[in-house]
Write a protein that binds this ligand. Structure first.
Ligand code: FAD
Length: 476
């Protein structure tokens, strides 16, 4: 019997796993997909919200400001790019500006002090890209941006280096109570016994809860669609630009990723199907028209792709976090919609403490919080590039030309702890395939390298796990 089974390897499950590895416990993360960050954690706005908008008194208001404050140290420990570039909520009328004042007061109640309302003239000084319609803005200096999947990978790698086991392709299909714990059954008939369970199953967290608790949950699936622009787009706003929130969420924003792409979105549409990630002409049209209210000159010719993510919304409008009243040792971390990414470090810390207390766990004396990422050729100076190529000639072979990713980085991504086994895994660890050509040129080269390094036939290489094979019908 292991000590803790965490269901779900999104940013939440991985943040909890890393925090729990500070204790001497036998921990497994169980993930139905082939890699970490295959759920909502791969497709969101990547914003570390300052924490002014969650209604005071809610769990969102508790964890968002705490999580956001933890980011600078966490990003340094995990070697993950993070920028505190600030955010604006813009208003288009005097009446809306009154709502900004209310938001600022709410932020102060949440402990966010350095908020400011800026006049049109003041805000244009820090963000000249704003449209003529903007009359004022709420400025939050502490808002930031992070790459959500790179963060998830880093949390998971660090947890794995500290002893946490990850089981991919392991969907938990049944849970039953046993003496001193729970028995989990997987699709393939295997089982696992554990003293404690953490339900971090994202869009499926209601299903996992409902397998054990009498207090049933229902996740409402709320889709958000985005357009992503090329990094070469000129005049990208330096900070995130929100409009005032509506009853469906934070509304359409104009942002920049930590890697320098501009993006606009998301809209908010309730859908039925947990794998409805398609983008629609109607949705993207709405997103572009709404974003154009905030900024002038959106150059739509620079759009390189579109994508969508699903929010795990609960009717309570809040996160559901803690041990179940009717199931000792079973912890829910459910309904983690936005600001879930911003809150992840704080949720990880809190849930790990609760679980450790329940199991009377001792500290892990050999815990090491530091993880080093893959050295990026595109960020090196010419002198550093020379040295890297001298040491490892694979740094001299550029595989992804749009993002300048070398073979050395790809091989590193495959062979590090929890290394990539799929094309998407390589993409999220190195950015190979994320540029303007959207992997048109590098797919076959990535496939060859994966097959060579994993010692597999090319037909066995997939985009994102079983069922997404890239080559079919190859002659023997
Ligand atoms: C459009 C959109 C924009 C957002 N923008 C932001 C933002 O800017 N800032 C912010 O703070 N937050 C944002 N969020 C919220 C944030 O993305 C989520 O809170 C966060 O990613 C949730 O992480 P998670 O680990 O709970 O879920 P997930 O990442 O979905 O992980 C859950 C995992 O559980 C696995 N799983 C499910 N069922 C099982 C099972 N039975 N057995 C095994 N594994 C299972 C899934 O495969 C998945 O990998 C946004 C969300 C959306 C949709």
């Amino acid at each position: 019997m292991i000590d803790v089974a965490i269901i779900g390897a999104g940013v939440i499950g991985c943040a909890i796993a890393r925090e729990l590895s500070r204790y001497s416990l036998e921990i497994s993360v169980l993930e139905k997909e082939a890699d970490v960050a295959e759920g909502t954690s791969k497709a969101n706005s990547g914003i570390v919200h300052a924490g002014y908008d969650a209604a005071a008194g809610t769990l969102k208001a508790k964890f968002n400001p705490r999580g956001s404050a933890m980011f600078p140290k966490l990003a340094q420990e995990l070697d993950v790019p993070y920028k505190q570039n600030g955010s604006l909520v813009v208003s288009f009328s005097i009446e809306d500006t009154a709502r900004l004042e209310k938001m600022m007061e709410n932020g102060k109640r949440n402990g966010i002090d350095d908020l400011e309302i800026l006049s049109r003239e003041q805000v244009l000084e820090i963000c000249p890209q704003l449209s003529d319609r903007v009359v004022a803005a709420l400025y939050a200096k502490t808002a930031g941006i992070v790459c959500p999947y790179e963060l998830t990978v880093a949390l998971a790698e660090n947890a794995a280096s500290n002893g946490v086991k990850f089981r991919f392709g392991s969907r938990v299909s049944e849970i039953s109570r046993i003496k001193n714990g729970y028995k989990l059954a997987f699709d393939d008939g295997q089982t696992l016994e554990t003293k404690a369970v953490v339900n971090a199953a994202g869009l499926f967290s209601d299903e996992i809860n409902n397998m054990i608790s009498e207090k049933k949950l229902k996740i409402i699936l709320r889709k958000g669609e985005y357009c992503l622009f090329d990094r070469m787009t000129e005049n990208i706003p330096p900070m995130t630009i929100f409009q005032l929130p509506n009853e469906m969420g934070k509304g359409v924003l104009v942002g920049r990723t930590v890697d320098g792409n501009m993006f606009v979105g998301p809209n908010a549409i309730d859908v039925e199907n947990r794998d409805n990630l398609e983008t629609t002409a109607k949705g993207l049209d709405y997103v572009l028209k709404t974003a154009a209210l905030s900024v002038s000159d959106l150059n739509t010719r620079q759009i390189i792709t579109s994508f969508a993510g699903l929010r795990a919304h609960l009717e309570s409008e809040d996160f559901e976090i803690g041990e179940l009243a009717d199931a000792e040792g079973f912890f829910n971390v459910a309904g983690i919609e936005s600001p879930g990414l911003s809150s992840a470090p704080a949720i990880g810390e809190e849930v790990a403490k609760l679980v450790a207390e329940r199991l009377s766990a001792k500290p892990n004396a050999s815990f090491n919080p530091v993880r080093r990422g893959i050295p990026k050729f595109r960020e090196m100076s010419n002198v550093e590039r020379d040295a890297a190529i001298n040491e490892n000639p694979a740094y001299g072979k550029v595989v992804c030309r749009c993002e300048t990713v070398t073979e050395a980085e790809i091989v590193n991504a495959i062979h590090r702890p929890l290394g990539a086994t799929t094309l998407d895994g390589i993409k999220r660890r190195t950015r190979a395939g994320m540029g303007r050509c959207q992997s048109g040129f590098c797919t076959t080269r990535l496939l060859n390298i994966l097959a060579r390094e994993l010692n597999l036939p090319e037909e066995a290489i997939t985009k994102s796990g079983k069922g997404s094979e890239l080559l079919i019908g190859k002659k023997q």
